[in-house]
Ligand binder design. Structure first.
Ligand code: NAD
Ligand code: DAU
Length: 340
């Protein structure tokens, strides 16, 4: 029986992956370790808890003792590492925890994989490790051979982790893979990120804070398509390889915001252009040729479908985000956006 450790599974993509895996592989055991930072939410895993093949452990991936003890008890066949500090704006305010979790946490997991039997390891990375592309060169895309060229403390920490993962492959022969995905969106996306923030603010008739002129471009992928790609890589990906994941869904931020306004029937006067993010990456765009040719992966959800599904999910799951946007989140919001 396959027994997969999913780290960071109480967050956005990790939780979607857990639900994807429990449905796709009902015979697998899935164990989630998550220390429930501000971004982790047990409410998200409520339905998974009812599945006898699922176990949740509250624990920190930087805590070597705790990690080793769960590896010893469980006998994992694979590890998929989602656990991370994931928000660029927070990394600009407080970089240290990004380095600790994203780099040292990865190393602790890799060491445990070595110690407990050369366990298959997959690192969930990001297209941000490639830096950005110019806005006036739509012909350029990130391939797996694009040099690492990071901008923010977040992307630098993710790139560092990727390098350590590849070092464990080359030096110790650990069976690893790395995936670098573009921007995800969908259910359980934490409200600090562009799409959920705009949906929630628009629903509450609050200002929609667009950084700079709103012309930066992101390459959006519906989260379920990302989960499917990771499953394919863990099952059939070549050891020691990096796979880019993206579906050619490039949009300027202002287009995304206007689409959400239109779906919700709100007015564009809600848009407020605010001070730009320092070091703001201009454009991300993935070339997914390798994963398509080698593993047959293709995205199934267009942006037009995915954004409708996402807005619908936030409308139907108010309890989920209303619990989050109280308390600590409001302090964060005031700090980041008050007087901006
Ligand atoms: P998220 O912030 O929603 O969730 C992160 C989860 O990790 C939370 O549940 C949090 O509690 C947990 N966590 C944080 N520190 C931990 C620690 N020390 N020990 C255990 N658990 C810890 O993030 P997300 O958007 O779901 O991203 C998941 C992964 O995917 C990250 O590695 C991120 O870099 C990568 N990624 C994200 C995107 C995106 O668009 N969101 C795109 C590409 C790659
Ligand atoms: O590309 C993958 C990355 O995508 C992941 O590695 C990160 O974990 C994830 O957070 C995401 O990073 P971005 O910085 O692209 O996502 P974010 O949602 O923070 O911002 C998307 C764009 O929207 C970006 O150009 C900044 C802009 N933005 C964001 C917010 C929160 C605004 O204009 N206003 C906002 O309030």
């Amino acid at each position: 029986m396959k027994n997969i450790l999913v780290t960071g599974g109480a967050g956005f993509i990790g939780s979607n992956y857990i639900y994807y895996m429990l449905e796709k592989h009902p015979d697998y055991r899935i164990v989630c370790i998550d220390n429930l930072t501000y971004a982790g939410n047990l409410e998200t895993l409520k339905k998974a808890m009812e599945n006898k093949n699922f176990r949740f452990v509250r624990g920190d991936i930087t805590d070597r003792k705790a990690v080793n003890s769960i590896f010893k008890a469980e006998g994992f066949t694979a590890v998929v590492n989602f656990a991370a500090e994931s928000h660029v704006d927070r990394s600009i305010e407080e970089p240290e925890v990004f380095l600790k979790t994203n780099i040292l946490g990865t190393q602790v997991l890799l060491d445990a994989c070595r110690k407990f039997g050369n366990i298959r390891y997959h690192q969930v990375s990001t297209d941000e490790v490639y830096g950005d592309l110019p806005l006036d060169r739509p012909d350029l895309f990130f391939t797996e051979n694009t040099p690492i060229h990071t901008s923010s403390p977040y992307s630098a920490s993710k790139a560092s982790a990727d390098l350590i993962v590849m070092a464990y492959y080359r030096t110790y022969g650990l069976p690893v893979t790395v995936s670098r995905c573009s921007n995800n969106y969908g259910p359980y996306h934490f409200p600090e990120k562009l799409i959920p923030l705009m949906i929630i603010n628009a629903l509450n008739k609050k200002e929609l804070p667009v950084y700079g002129e709103g012309l930066n471009v992101r390459d959006w992928l519906y989260v379920k398509d990302h989960c499917k790609a990771i499953d394919m890589i863990v099952e059939n990906g070549r050891i020691g390889e990096v796979y880019n994941i993206g579906g050619h869904n490039e949009r300027t931020n202002i287009d995304v915001v206007k689409t959400i306004i239109k779906i919700l029937g709100r007015d564009e006067s809600l848009i407020k252009y605010v001070k730009d993010r320092p070091g703001h990456d201009l454009r991300y765009a993935i070339d997914p040729t390798k994963i398509k040719n080698e593993l047959g992966w293709e995205p199934e959800t267009t942006f037009e479908e995915g954004i409708q599904l996402t807005v619908k999910w936030y409308l139907e799951n108010r309890y989920w985000w209303e619990n989050i946007i109280n308390g600590e989140y409001m302090k964060y919001y005031e700090k980041m956006y008050g007087g901006r």
